[in-house]
Ligand binder design. Structure first.
Ligand code: AVJ
Length: 343
């Protein structure tokens, strides 16, 4: 066959992948018109004496891309360590699922982002349905389309939602054989008591209907390694943190100036968590419709807690939530662990 024939035949030979189904449960969040609950939640956090904003507000379109950049940093060991664990043990994980009767699960990917982690697991786990879920709706739509391109025959249902508010999934998501995939140590954004409640919610036959859970958890280690991972030399994590103020400006029509704030990351050993804060460099007044807040120089807004567990403390949590058949895999340094837990 001549080269020109090959070129000519390409379009008909490769049928375009179907567009995945996508369900957006987030409503419209155009500038100045977010749901009232979002305005209330942000206002309450910003007006509190110890101001805070939930880390879910990192993830506008730019925030999702900045997080993707963080995962490529030398200092940010969790992503590559976890990827190494999946690479080494995905066949064993598939075996564990099969032992629990989950050979072709419905794989529900919480905080799927660019779906890169799940893409590596789809061949070994052979899901019947893949359900990426994320708060960053447009970013997820593009990512889900790319997964469909790589796996044209796979049944994909993308869901745009804030799952911190509940795990009631749309009817398009099959109820049987649900395996939740919650990688990256994102469970660490909940305080331990909330994390337990969230795990129970997953396991509840009336709510998440999970039969199993694949969970990535960052483990406690020395403070210097942890703090470097959340305060990298290039300043990407600082940009990620400050971008939250840009998202708040858009959602609330507020007037934060990112130049007036400094990124702070510290390990709180007593609570076993990395904390990220934004610290005012000078006295600042921030305004948005109906409100104004004065911050004194040095005052902080708490933007994230990333709780770190031990294998023992997470195993105990999973048992308390009702999971049985708990196994884990970790890297040679024991920096990160992936748990399989079935009901
Ligand atoms: C996506 C919540 C797992 O806590 O390590 C990365 C977010 N924050 N760098 C984490 C994050 C700063 C990340 N999680």
């Amino acid at each position: 066959m001549k080269f020109s024939d090959t070129l000519f035949e390409l379009p008909s030979a490769a049928a375009p992948a179907p567009t995945p189904r996508f369900i957006n449960l987030r409503g419209r969040e155009s500038p100045g018109q977010p749901p009232r609950s979002t305005v209330q939640e942000l206002t309450e956090g910003l007006m509190a004496e110890a101001a805070s904003v939930s880390p879910k507000f990192f993830y506008n379109a730019l925030g999702s891309r900045l997080f993707e950049a963080i995962t490529a940093l030398d200092e940010y060991y969790p992503s590559r360590t976890e990827a190494g664990i999946f690479q080494a043990a995905s066949a064993q994980m598939a075996g564990a699922l099969a032992e629990n009767g989950l050979s072709h699960p419905c794989l529900i990917d919480l905080g799927a982002g660019n779906c890169a982690k799940a893409m590596a697991l789809i061949p070994p786990l052979q899901p019947r349905q893949y359900v990426p879920v994320d708060i960053s709706v447009d970013f997820l739509k593009d990512a889900a389309a790319q997964v469909q391109n790589s796996f044209p025959a796979l049944d994909i249902v993308g869901v745009g939602m804030d799952f911190s508010a509940g795990l009631a999934l749309p009817d398009e998501v099959q109820g049987r054989d649900r395996v939740f995939f919650y990688p990256g140590s994102s469970l660490g954004n909940f305080q331990p008591a909330q994390a337990l409640a969230f795990l129970r919610h997953m396991a509840d036959p009336a709510q998440g209907k999970a039969r199993g859970l694949l969970l990535g958890i960052d483990l406690v280690k020395d403070a210097a390694t942890l703090e470097a991972a959340y305060d990298d030399a290039l300043g990407v994590t600082a940009a990620f943190n400050k971008n939250l103020l840009r998202n708040v400006n858009e959602l609330l029509a507020a007037d934060f100036d990112v130049r007036q704030w400094r990124h702070v990351a510290l390990f709180n050993a007593a609570q076993s968590r990395i904390e990220m804060h934004l610290q005012a460099l000078s006295d600042v007044t921030v305004q948005w419709p109906g409100h104004s807040r004065r911050f004194l120089a040095g005052e902080r807004i708490h933007t994230e807690s990333s709780c770190k567990y031990t294998v023992e403390s997470m195993t105990a949590q999973l048992k308390l939530a009702g999971f049985r058949h708990i196994r884990h895999w970790s890297d040679p340094q024991d920096w990160f662990a992936v748990f399989w837990a079935a009901l």
